[in-house]
Write a protein that binds this ligand. Sequence first.
Ligand code: GLP
Length: 276
Amino acid sequence: MRWETTRDAGELAERAARRLLDAIAADPRAVLGLPTGTTPVGMYRRLVSACGARPGCFGDVSTFNLDEYVELPAEHPASYRSFMERHLFAHVDLAPERARLPDGNAAAVRRESPALSLEEALAVECLRYERDIAAAGGLSLTVLGLGVNGHIAFNEPGSHHDSRTRVVELAAATRRANAPHFPGAHVPRRAITMGIGTILESRSVVLLASGAGKAEAVERLREGRVSEAFPVSALHRHADVTVLVDRAAAREDHPWRRVRNRVRRRVGGLARRIGT
Ligand code: GLP
């Protein structure tokens, strides 16, 4: 696991966008796993400014989003489909059939097989999503955000590290964190998420964490213990992971940490001088 600390959220966005652009340049048929949330908004803004005015910039890239709410209309402003349209799809030359999200209403499946119940149709949708990722050649690079409770995509604490795309119940902490996107309404209780096993099969992974609210989860990840109670810790099992954190998430801007780090640096410098 490679750790990179950036000055601020802007630099984090810049580096994340650069990783995606490099992946596309290296392989115009790259298959990208993409996140939603507040953290990647700056990354998408930079991608759009680099690619928005250049037809063909996305080559034959395919994208697969990590997750989507269940039973939320696709056109709802808080759906991840709407998020992706707003922040990326509407602005770049990416063929709609290659810009994929799981469908939390399994609309196509239900159209094709009206006799299926919603639950059955969702199960088929999850299987199809896995099949389509594999058919595209597997994920080359997946960018992840980090939930306050350590979730990745919507894999909540307790998720198996070999889990696949499936319907999950959202944790109370996640629903609270996402409530601002649903003013005056309830956050959906369920979502379809890529599994941790699916994510671990991506050839490279970049994890983004920005802001002091993520500091605790980042610190826990740094400790290195792998457990199903802390989903993001599964990434320790992957050979090519970059963790991009800004200073706030790395806790370097907490006053007492600044003091402690300064003391450590001074003691280290003194020790070196005494040693020479
Ligand atoms: C949601 C998404 C996650 C995302 C997380 C963090 O729960 N399902 O994929 O990583 O939010 O979002 P934010 O960047 O807004 O903190």
